[in-house]
Design a protein around this ligand. Structure first.
Ligand code: HEM
Length: 508
């Protein structure tokens, strides 16, 4: 019709109309791809800034961010926008769409440009570690550390120091259950925090720091507390516009104090190790090491970069390990039949040996399925993020302008019944069905691609070794005098248990 109307003196004015359409679209910010009009951010649904702020601050939203993903999907569909304090973010909550985002990330992906973690480092002139660095700086350290953290052969060698830590964990659990009249280990997560810190320290420093001693050194407990408080303050400091800090300085000040302590703690341990090495050299002894600080200090990287990377690795190895193990024992205590089968698997691989190695746990399929299922139900990073800085990208029919903060809603996808039938149930056997294949982006607890978790192999090894020995030594049961009510997860930047988990350990 339009073409007919614009036929001027026998010549078609169609190119003119096309040009006008294109002009109108670009003025409105939209484009056509393969004949389909791409929608703009303006057209994307989502709560108003006031409604979202109300949900966050008045309805305990900061600790329910994972649940708000489920509410968001119900209300708006698989993509919606929201203003997190001063930051506009687009939520993406379908595996296909998450895949679309991650496939368009560049050579050096950016997790989040707008982070209070980065601001603190800038303010205090600290370096960036792998969690916070970007661009070529990130790439350089990633390839250096990757050689020691991602190659299976390299990682397997950590089973010896990690098993020494597991031995101490078992002794500590034994001590705690004996001290309790009902054989309980109260608040199991706090023991696993200490185990996590001791484990990552053994990998980073090849030395022990006493977290599992009967009396725990105060500085290690203070380090763990600093991590916890820093995580609580992270979301708050991001959601608060900087001008609010002059009116309410406490969150930012507390956040900075926690980081100060963590950086100092890491520096003290690195310096101590370097002094020991220097003394050895002075005595004419050979210095050799199989620990990450050793490798990193020999790369020629500035010490500022070494300090920041070790600080961030220490931090990354504590809550992640603690939560995975706490949720594992929690679910296994509530599913005694799975616990019995897993124990059987461990015992059949081990025969009459008592200490499993990396090669043993590699032959335990149910063990791997249990951890996959735990991380599906309780993805420690319930929402990850990406910023694509070099170009606009197309996702789910929308154009997302470059530098948009994109929130990847992993909790929503891994609890979606379309991808995982009975999504709220602990069903580890789902991962062992030969005829079943899950969407590769539906449950990605370690992330995907170049920027995915560099500690994955170490974490998995540590968790398998600990779980195997715990099951060989103990039957795990729920607290008989507990309410029996389910422990729910809550967001504290990471997804952690909302209440204490108390478990009964019965010696075998
Ligand atoms: C069950 C345990 C763990 C889980 C579920 C986990 C999960 C994750 C996730 C989801 C990311 C972000 C990936 C992305 O943005 O695509 C990440 C990044 C990272 N993780 Fe882990 N993690 C675990 C344990 C560890 C451990 C033990 C370490 C240290 C040894 C570690 C070190 C790191 C580092 C340094 C990064 C940043 C990587 C980079 O940006 O290049 N993680 N982790």
């Amino acid at each position: 019709m339009l073409q007919q109307a614009f036929k001027v003196s026998g010549r078609s004015a169609y190119p003119l109309i096309k040009w006008m359409e294109k002009w109108a679209e670009s003025a409105a910010g939209s484009r056509k791809i393969d004949g389909h009009r791409m929608k703009t951010l303006k057209e994307m649904p989502g709560p108003t800034a006031v409604k979202f702020a109300w949900d966050l601050f008045a309805r305990r939203g900061l600790s329910r961010l994972h649940e708000m993903q489920l509410e968001g999907v119900k209300r708006y569909g698989p993509m919606w926008k929201a203003s997190f304090g001063p930051i506009l973010t687009v939520h993406v909550a379908e595996p296909d769409l998450i895949e679309q985002v991650l496939r368009q990330e560049g050579h050096t992906p950016i997790r989040s440009e707008i982070s209070s973690w980065k601001e603190y480092r800038k303010q205090e002139s600290h370096g960036y570690g792998l969690l916070t660095a970007e661009g070529e700086e990130w790439q350089e350290v990633r390839s250096l550390l990757g050689k020691h953290m991602l190659l299976p052969k390299e990682v397997q060698a950590y089973d010896v120091p990690l098993n020494a830590v597991v031995d101490d964990l078992i002794s500590k659990l034994r001590l705690l259950r004996r001290q309790h009249p009902r054989g309980l280990v109260p608040d199991i997560a706090s023991e696993f925090y200490r185990f996590g810190l001791e484990g990552i320290s053994s990998v980073l420093f090849e030395s022990r720091i006493g977290c599992l001693d009967p009396v725990v050194p105060t500085e290690t407990d203070r380090f763990i507390k600093s991590i916890n408080t820093m995580f609580v303050m992270t979301l708050l400091t991001m959601a608060m516009p900087p001008w609010l800090r002059t009116l309410f300085p406490k969150p930012w000040d507390t956040f900075c104090q926690c980081w100060d302590y963590m950086f100092q703690f890491a520096k003290d341990h690195i310096d101590k190790r370097l002094i020991e090495e220097a003394e050895k050299l002075a005595r004419g002894e050979k210095v050799e090491g199989r620990y990450l600080t050793y490798f990193l200090t020999r790369t020629g990287l500035p010490m500022k970069t070494v300090y920041s990377n070790i600080t961030e690795l220490l931090l990354a190895g504590v809550d992640t390990i603690s939560c995975s193990l706490s949720w594992s024992l929690y679910e296994l205590s509530r599913h005694p039949e799975v616990q019995a089968s897993l124990r059987e698997e461990v015992l059949s691989v081990m025969g009459d040996r008592r200490v499993p190695g990396a090669a043993d746990v590699a032959r335990m399929p149910l063990m791997k399925a249990v951890i996959k299922e735990i991380l599906r139900l309780y993805p420690i990073i319930a929402a990850n993020a990406r910023v694509i800085a070099d170009k606009d990208i197309h996702v789910g029919g929308y154009i997302l302008p470059k530098n948009t903060l994109i929130t990847l809603c992993h909790f929503a996808t891994s609890r979606n019944a379309t991808y995982f039938p009975n999504p709220d149930e602990f069903q580890p056997y789902r991962w062992l069905k030969r005829d079943k294949c899950y969407h590769p982006y539906a449950s990605v607890p370690f992330g995907v691609g170049k920027r995915s978790c560099i500690g994955r192999r170490i974490a998995e090894l540590e968790i398998y070794l600990a779980l195997a020995q715990i099951l060989m030594q103990f039957d795990i049961k729920p607290d008989p005098e507990g309410s029996g009510a389910a422990v729910k997860p809550m967001t504290r930047t990471l997804l952690v248990p909302e209440t204490e988990i108390n478990l009964r350990f019965i010696e075998r």
